[in-house]
Design a protein around this ligand. Structure first.
Ligand SMILES: Cc1ncc(COP(=O)(O)O)c(C=O)c1O
Length: 363
């Protein structure tokens, strides 16, 4: 049985006529940057999340970078975040000359442990940046409460959680700024790179719009040093089509994720724990296995693709050697990074395929 890790082909076939039509309209209009398609997407993203402002940008990484730039994070500043994430989260902090101050994760959600944040706040702390990993939001209420006491902004790295619900509210609309990614394999994926930034703050929104367009406030007048961080019209048009169908896909992902967990109930693997008032969009369906490498090899024998998100926590990455962390500093992140593995997941994963994967795991 041929199983895709993520089935982007099946998804394209499902929406082909709508996507082709929208893309051809962009070609015909020759409005490749900005314009009607981007405006429409931004309006629909804002409505979907309930945020006042949604701003399309070039990637999730740039969304995070722009958020930090808008908040004035720079040389010598500290940003509190998790070491158990994709590198972008801490990469953008370093790019601005600031320092990542890592805090270990909670063993159930794999997200930053709010009880360990406060002791790491110093007079250099400029922001707290939790990550909503694998599709489930971090404990934003607890994080926002600490941030409010210290008057710190909170940036949700929602690159894996667009569409997730946290205590009745949508991810991306839970803190000062929310940032997401539309990388093709994300739950809402473009056909190239893309991302978006969300905020209710008018001033931050205006500043981020300028920053992603070379800091321009009007053509060739530059108020800030910015970047080229725009989302192009082709991607916006594709995303706008997919957004129309997104709730249906989120529901399917939820059913498939829950079905995996039910089928794996009495098996010696740790399945995702979704907190009671949360939903997950299962950007990854990741399980913990004692002998991960053996399991990956066994599944590979049956041509079942898997992935590891992520094998090395950021504090042990060569690129962050200068931060001076060492093995043992964040034991939960280190343990999880040795055991975690992701199984095939998409809204198009059929029951027969899922049964085949589960049988291989049990075997
Ligand atoms: C947690 C997290 N942060 C940031 C990013 C960066 O997003 P992008 O690949 O769109 O730059 C990703 C995407 O892989 C991610 O998973």
């Amino acid at each position: 049985m041929k199983i895709n890790f993520i089935d982007l082909q099946a998804q394209y076939q499902e929406y082909k006529s709508e996507i082709d039509k929208e893309v051809l309209e962009v070609f015909a209009s020759a409005q490749f940057i900005g314009g009607e398609k981007l405006n429409s997407l931004e309006k629909n993203l804002a409505a979907y999340t309930g945020s006042k402002h949604a701003i399309g940008c070039s990637s999730g990484t740039d969304a995070l970078l722009l958020a930090l730039m808008a908040l004035g994070v720079g040389a010598g500043d500290e940003v509190i975040t998790t070491p158990f994430t994709f590198i972008s989260t801490a990469e953008v902090i370093a790019l601005l000359g600031a320092k990542s101050v890592f805090v270990d994760i909670d063993e159930d959600s794999y997200n930053i442990d709010p009880t360990k944040i406060e002791s790491r706040i110093t007079d250099k702390t400029k922001a707290i940046m939790p990550v909503s990993l694998y599709g489930q939001c971090a404990n934003m209420e607890a994080i926002n409460e600490i941030a409010a006491r210290y008057e710190l902004p909170v940036i949700e790295d929602a690159c894996q959680s667009f569409g997730a619900i946290y205590r009745g509210k949508k991810s991306c609309n839970l803190s000062t700024i929310g940032c997401t990614s539309f990388f093709p394999s994300k739950p809402l994926g473009a056909y190239g790179d893309g991302g978006a930034i969300f905020t209710d703050d008018d001033e931050l929104a205006t500043k981020m719009r300028m920053l992603l367009n070379h800091g321009q406030n009007e053509r060739y007048k530059h108020k800030y040093i910015g970047i080229n961080g725009r989302l192009d019209a082709v991607q916006a048009a594709i995303l706008d089509v997919k957004l129309r169908h997104f709730d249906k896909e989120v529901k399917l992902r939820d059913e498939i994720g829950s079905r995996y967990s039910d089928l794996l109930e009495n098996v010696d693997v740790i399945t995702p724990k979704i907190a009671e008032a949360n939903t997950s969009v299962y950007a990854q369906y990741s399980v913990r296995v004692k002998d991960r490498e053996a399991m990956i090899a066994k599944l590979a024998e049956q041509e079942i693709p898997t992935a590891v998100h992520y094998p090395v926590p950021l504090h042990l990455q060569e690129a962050f050697e200068h931060l001076g962390y060492r093995e043992g500093d964040f034991p939960i992140s280190e343990l999880v990074s040795k055991q975690i593995m992701s199984l095939p997941m998409s809204a198009y994963l059929g029951e027969a395929e899922q049964d085949f994967i589960v049988r291989a795991i049990k075997g």
